[in-house]
Design a protein around this ligand. Structure first.
Ligand code: AMP
Length: 377
């Protein structure tokens, strides 16, 4: 079937390998960390993103390159296109790496966003606060993830501490209006090399301290909202000539959708598709980048994904349930680090709510499961 090279060797690469292996696909991983967890399941090359000698060897050994990590330098992705096929294309990667370019693209595609303004100097921040208003969030344009590189401003009086926290970032900043959204949802979508476009059912997400804590799918959201979200994802994918899986993160505010960000890769809010859909996001990404037919994205009942952040809880609370699935990424525990997840699946809302409640009580994690339980009842 071919060999896929993955830039980045975290849990996303690991789950791509686990999905591709039954199809007979082989993998080679590159990561800057020697102990990257995908190295436990596929050959790992330990190299810097600008180690072109190592990347040359990597490119010779693969049929196509893809990413588990969007912050690979765009020049490295561009350099690779001279040597092998690269999906998604570097232009899509570069757009998704920059919050300003990304939000500008959303608007060009007819998707609204929170009010925003670029900030490069302390004076820009005052002007942006006048334009956008408060409360607001100051974010680094690049390299932010899981709530890192963000500062929340309650009022214009917080401009000094916000500038102190982030003003030294050399890639520039963006100020966004704080949106008191009703809920957060994401579209997990895939586009094949032939332009075939599919979405999984819309996913509802809850974050804690900027990090995804829980995903529920299909989201209990008005059908018209879901259809609009899918149409936006398709427009964006076609505009970028995107190939592979991506996630479009959206806020639902006053019944309207606002674009927050896109991830040019398989995404944490799509982990439920491993057991909860006919074809997982990981398998469809593998299929897409190799030019194979895409698989069915329908849901198999209802699914809820619980993220394990910092450390793993007691696996038995999951394993003793009849339709709950444990994932340990093989990473060492560290505060704020995603070390695993579980997906709980059920035929109906009530069964899923009851199982989640039982798991929450067994693990002393009632607060984590409660929003999903409430949404199901
Ligand atoms: P991000 O890294 O931009 O996805 O931000 C992480 C989380 O912070 C989001 O999933 C939201 O829960 C929250 N957040 C980010 N931007 C905004 C905003 N403009 N208004 C309200 N909440 C936000």
């Amino acid at each position: 079937m071919g060999t896929i090279g993955i830039l980045g060797g975290g849990q996303l690469a690991r789950m791509l390998v686990l999905a591709g292996a039954p199809l007979g696909v082989e993998f080679k991983i590159v990561d800057t960390a020697e102990d990257a967890c995908a190295g436990q399941v596929a050959p790992l090359i330990h190299a810097d993103w600008r180690d072109f000698a190592a990347l040359e060897k990597f490119a010779r050994e693969i049929d196509v390159a893809t990413f588990d990590f969007e912050n690979v330098p765009a020049e490295t992705a561009q350099w690779l296109t001279q040597r092998t096929q690269v999906f998604p294309n570097p232009r899509a990667l570069a757009t998704a790496q920059d919050r300003l370019a990304e939000k500008t693209l959303f608007r060009e595609c007819g998707l609204g966003t929170p009010a925003f303004a670029p900030v490069d100097t302390r004076e820009d921040l005052d002007a942006a606060l006048r334009a956008v208003g408060a409360p607001a969030i100051l974010k680094t344009r690049r390299l932010g993830y899981d709530g890192k590189g963000q500062f929340r401003l309650k009022s214009a009086n917080d401009a000094d501490p916000a500038w102190q926290a982030l003003g030294s970032d050399s890639h520039g900043l963006i100020l966004e209006a704080f949106v008191p959204f009703e809920c957060e949802v994401s579209v997990i979508a895939v586009r094949g090399r032939d332009g075939d476009f599919r979405t999984w059912p819309l996913t509802r997400n809850w974050h804690s301290e900027g990090i995804l804590a829980v995903s529920l799918a299909p989201a209990h959201v008005d059908d018209a909202i879901a259809r609009t979200a899918f149409a936006h994802a398709r427009t964006i994918a076609e505009k970028l000539d995107y190939v592979g899986v991506f996630a479009l993160e959206l806020f639902v505010h006053k019944g309207e959708l606002l674009g927050n960000e896109m991830a040019p890769r398989v995404h944490n809010s799509g982990h439920w598709t491993i057991e909860g859909a006919v074809t997982s996001q990981f398998e469809n990404h593998v299929r897409a980048v190799l030019g194979l037919p895409l698989g069915d994205t329908s849901a198999l009942g209802r699914a809820c994904m619980l993220n394990w952040i910092g450390e793993l809880p007691d696996a038995n609370a999951i394993l003793r349930e009849s339709d709950a699935h444990w994932h340990d990424y093989g990473k060492s525990p560290r505060a704020g680090r995603k070390v695993g997840h579980a997906t709980v699946r059920a035929r109906d809302d009530e069964t899923l709510a009851n199982t989640l409640q039982r798991i929450g009580e067994a693990l002393g994690r009632q607060a984590q499961v409660q929003p999903a339980v409430n949404a199901l009842r």
